[in-house]
Write a protein that binds this ligand. Sequence first.
Ligand code: HEC
Length: 87
Amino acid sequence: MLYQNPRGIGCDKCHGIKGNGKIIAKYKEKGKNKYLKSPQINNVSKELFFKSFTIPHKIMPKYFLTYGEINTLYQYLQNLKKIKKGK
Ligand code: HEC
């Protein structure tokens, strides 16, 4: 629930429903096709995951989540990955 509604725009909107990352937008620059992509976030370390909530981003919005909530999001994505692998 938190993943799709983290008191702000849902993580799934940009990182995909399973956190695999996806193309957020397509645009053209000087006649070339460009893509705005979000990174895969179900394979990052716990450290990086937490860090991404404390550093400023260019595109990703700022969230005001507690340690427990960020931890929940992290575990959620790890579990999704396990289910997919059939473990
Ligand atoms: C508006 C789109 C958008 C939303 C919403 C969003 N992100 Fe992101 N996220 C990005 C982009 C783009 C990056 C790449 C860094 C940058 O440019 O900000 C990123 C980077 C990250 C990273 C670092 C990954 C890496 O490999 O460096 C993590 C972890 C992350 N997001 C988790 C989340 C979580 C969890 C949520 C929901 C609470 C969320 N994001 C919501 C767009 C988004």
